[in-house]
Design a protein around this ligand. Structure first.
Ligand code: NAD
Length: 353
């Protein structure tokens, strides 16, 4: 039990279940809109068109050009399509890339957002937007960025490939892990994070055996909601900083980068706050939070080393320099030597702790 805390309340309306995509029209109308533009990646254009058809007169069209890292050139095209279509809301169907595009449109036009997430990345509950301009990714937070409504439809996650299921779940667990030591942590977020870790621990092995197991899919999507809420309502630290360094400066894939770094960043901070990370050790076993996460990652076939995603040993000095350039809050003080050591372990893929 914490001695004192502030719980800010959750502002996003959440609809969860199977077949809930059918409620998109009702949710757009509920927000008071007559037209909404549906967003997706090229890969999910078919589903986006089905969704647009289900919106009937509320559909203002489909923009299917969402892509990784929210490049401003794509946002500009999407904003032009949004204005031309006469829409006043967007319905973002997809993973974090599509949600990011919806947020980028919202922050420029005041559009309301209904988000239908299909991965576990967790952008949907947050007020965070990362955008890329001239090859540089910058992140900002603002209340205008946070989606109004999120529809979680378990059916849409049945098609998530096993590899993305695993790495996206590890990406989500990373939000939970940092929430346990966030300076603004609170008991509601902590309860959600504990529940999420158990749901992922139990659900992911089932999904590897049968990616279409509906009960395990529901468990995992529920866990993703909990972790997204943690990401959206408390501060993140070293883990998210390092994932940003590799994604932003070395163009490593988002979910894999989080998945690889997680056991090592956890072990790094566990030295300073073992009592705060004890819930992870309880859930994953292994005698320590970092070791337990590494064991879990290995057991579900999640990538374990930075060299697996194309990072050269020689890149680690530059990554360290970028990671320590600006100060930020972290439970264990950051210095170049200890960060370089963390990255060496992560590059080699050695079990920490
Ligand atoms: P993604 O959105 O890039 O999706 C990866 C690929 O998988 C895409 O081709 C997509 O169409 C496809 N896909 C998605 N769901 C699928 C499904 N159910 N079945 C089959 N294919 C599917 O990947 P992601 O990991 O969800 O998101 C990564 C991006 O999100 C990054 O740019 C990251 O920075 C951003 N992000 C932002 C926040 C935030 O709060 N701002 C949080 C998390 C992630």
């Amino acid at each position: 039990m914490m001695d004192s805390f502030v719980f800010p309340g959750l502002t996003t309306r959440v609809v969860f279940g199977s077949g809930t995509m059918a409620q998109a029209a009702e949710e757009v109308s509920r927000l008071g809109h007559a037209k909404a533009l549906v967003l997706s990646t090229p890969h999910q254009k078919g589903e986006a068109e089905t969704l647009a058809a289900s919106l009937g007169d509320l559909a203002a069209g489909v923009f299917s050009g969402a892509t990784m890292h929210t490049p401003v050139e794509v946002t500009e095209q999407a904003v032009a399509a949004f204005r031309e279509s006469g829409a006043s809301a967007v319905v973002s169907l997809g993973g974090g890339s599509t949600t990011g595009l919806g947020k980028a449109i919202a922050v420029r036009t005041g559009a309301d957002q209904v988000v239908i997430p299909t991965t576990y990345a967790g952008s949907e509950m947050t007020d965070i937007l990362g955008e890329t301009a001239a090859g540089e990714k910058a992140t900002r937070r603002s209340p205008d960025i946070r989606p109004e409504t999120v529809i979680y439809d378990v059916d849409l996650t049945l098609s998530l490939p096993v590899s993305l299921t695993v790495t996206s779940a590890m990406n989500a667990i990373a939000h939970a892990m940092e929430a346990f030591y966030a300076p603004d942590r609170n008991p509601v977020i902590e309860l959600m994070c504990r529940d999420a870790m158990v749901a992922f621990r139990d659900g992911i092995p089932t999904l590897i055996a049968d990616p279409k197991d509906e009960k395990a899919r529901a468990q995992a999507l529920y866990a993703a909601w909990c972790c997204s809420t943690a990401l959206g309502y408390v501060q993140m630290a070293l883990h998210h900083k390092l994932a940003h360094v590799f994604g932003g400066s070395f163009e490593t894939p988002h979910a894999e980068t989080h998945a690889i770094l997680l056991p090592y960043t956890t072990a790094f901070n566990e030295v300073a706050v073992p009592e705060l990370l004890a819930p992870l050790a309880d859930v994953f076993g292994g005698g320590s939070a970092g070791g337990g996460l590494w064991d879990f990652a290995k057991s579900v076939g999640s990538p374990l080393s930075l060299k697996d995603i194309g990072i050269a040993e020689g890149d680690l000095d530059r990554a360290t320099a970028i990671a320590v350039k600006n100060a930020y809050s972290n439970p264990r003080p950051i210095d170049p030597g200890s960060i370089r050591e963390l990255l060496q372990t992560a590059w080699e893929g050695r079990r920490p702790g």
